[in-house]
Design a protein around this ligand. Sequence first.
Ligand code: EPU
Length: 419
Amino acid sequence: MEKLVIKGGTRLKGEVTISGAKNAAVAILPATLLVNGICHINNLPNISDVKIICNILKELGAKITWKKENEITIDTTEINSTKAPLEMTSKFRASYYLIGSMLGRCGNIEVGLPGGCNLGARPIDQHIKGFEALGAKVTVGQGKIHAKAKKLVGTSIYMDVVSVGATINIMLASVLAEGTTTIDNAAKEPHIVDVANFLNTMGADIRGAGTDVIKINGVKQLKSEGTYSVVPDQIEAGTFMLAAIASKGDILVKNCIPEHLDCITAKILEIGGNVEDYGDSIRVSANKRPSKASVKTLPYPGFPTDMQPQMGVVLSIANGTSIINESIWESRFQYTAELNKMGAQITAQGKTAVFEGVDKLYGAPVYASDLRAGAALIIAGIIADGVTELYNIEHIDRGYENIEEKFRNLGANIQRISE
Ligand code: EPU
């Protein structure tokens, strides 16, 4: 078992380079199945979710060559199985993208029910509704999903809820379908645009990604030998931006797309931080205690739920009483109990948490309940007085590349220890 030991009291200063986006990479990798040939993918984050999906693709018959730590060539010419190993697919969320990709590729796939962070109920009814509308038969039972289709035919699909996963999955299933598919009330996150850009680079005809209506004109096949670079991770960039504010530091966040960060920048300015936009990097600093704020998480371009725990750390030490309303996940305040062990005064009930700002946090043994909770607790440890021991860090390794090294380069005193 590994833990992070953080000696707190650091004002973070320096530069950090953002990796490729986890939530784009975990969709682009399954999407290579639609190519039926060779894809070169760069700027892949070196995280455990990417490694798992690569292993699943290998099990299905893909050949993967790592060129460098963040670059792979993937050859999906010889896919010889339609059963993804259940114990691997049920470990993480994005395994559901194998359904859209394999339906498009082979018209048949069996995967384990997707796992991932425990954020409360995580239904996939909108994915299934989309596959069925395109002509697939989907059965769910005994811990697995089986989807089958003789032929997929484009149609109009209206999403009842704005869902990142369902939007991408229906896009994947429609790329090689006959005719045109329209997704109404689509999600607009930067990683949706990135997956569409990847598929279009490979010869797909997808229009409107990034708006709430996406049109996919089915094509007969995609092209082999394309090269694609994954978009920078919006949430990793946001995590370092808020780490600068929480620690009253000064960080240049390099290799990011400031436009994707507008919702975070706006909140930082509101609570008294400074943000300078340099086009492909952003400098964030603070020299005083943040002021209170109200935050509501929303689909993009609203404030991202995946930044909520990191914002919670900032508001736990803000001047005054703040409120966060979590509108996406029913159980994303588990980190507040851990922050309270460090001296925060947070009352969380249902989808709302009230933060009575305190002067200081104090180091304590704490547990990461999920990926973003883990990132938030690292920030808490860095600004706290004393030593924090952070457990369950495998959640963090799922989505952040070299996180302790990146924080160490900014001056944090943080060590990974095996027990
Ligand atoms: N929903 C449904 N039915 C569905 C799908 C979703 O009711 O069929 C509901 C969910 O219960 C939730 C809302 O719709 O209330 C949004 O869910 P969405 O489908 O957008 O979430 P997801 O695709 O499962 C992705 C990210 C999450 C991120 C959410 C929201 C991946 C692999 N995961 O999840 O990322 O929180 O979008 O932006 O892309 C993380 O990276 O830490 C993480 C949890």
